[in-house]
Design a binder for this molecule. Sequence first.
Ligand code: AMP
Length: 250
Amino acid sequence: MKILVPIKRVVDFNVKVRVKPDGSGVDTANVKMSMNPFDEIAVEEAVRLKERGVATEVVAVSCGVAACQETLRTALAIGADRAILVQADGELEPLAVAKLVAAVAKKEAPQLVILGKQAIDDDANQVGQMVAALLDWPQATFASKVEVAGGKATVKREVDGGLETVELELPAVITTDLRLNEPRYATLPNIMKAKKKPLETLDPAGLGVDVSPRLSTLKVAEPPARKGGGKVADVAELVAKLRNEAKVLP
Ligand code: AMP
């Protein structure tokens, strides 16, 4: 069984994001970039399925600029077998990514596509659902436990009211939530081995996908700075403030 894991290169989660002075977007020049944290969880889950003998091959795919190769090498160091870069220079919207991933899935014929539930840069939470729709495959989003046996995946999903268990016929699409697993660190020997693993480059036109943007960004701005809090002396003062200033009490 082959597993396809789409991964995105994003601004590292430790970096304070800065908006460009002209408001045209986020400044990524000289900023540390890393694999989207939910995608690390997806790679880890695919690799664990391989280690359990359920999967035979894990293929990582990333869509974007040439530097995404670095992120793909990280996936290879965690344990993916090979990688595909769909190279595109402009900004890719979730629908374009979903079409590219669906095209790669048609070419590779995996039994499972495991993605992150969302990318921490655009927070779109769209690609997994769109991939499932484009392929007409069943989907289980926000997975916190995955079991695969007998041509079926049983997935525990984190939903608003708690946990929901669903059973999917393979091939299927799964998106990962935070509690699914704790990704391993890539060890130095594995980072060295990853350099020798195959990395293929494709282009969107070759996959028959038009990635031209369908949305235009009007302006990107920092959220307004939060005013500092204050201390109240006693409950009476708190109630008075809630009534007279916040006006949340009658
Ligand atoms: P999003 O819908 O943009 O929040 O992204 C959800 C998931 O789709 C991510 O966690 C990745 O697994 C995948 N994804 C998003 N963008 C890309 C990309 N450029 N290349 C590969 N996978 C991506």
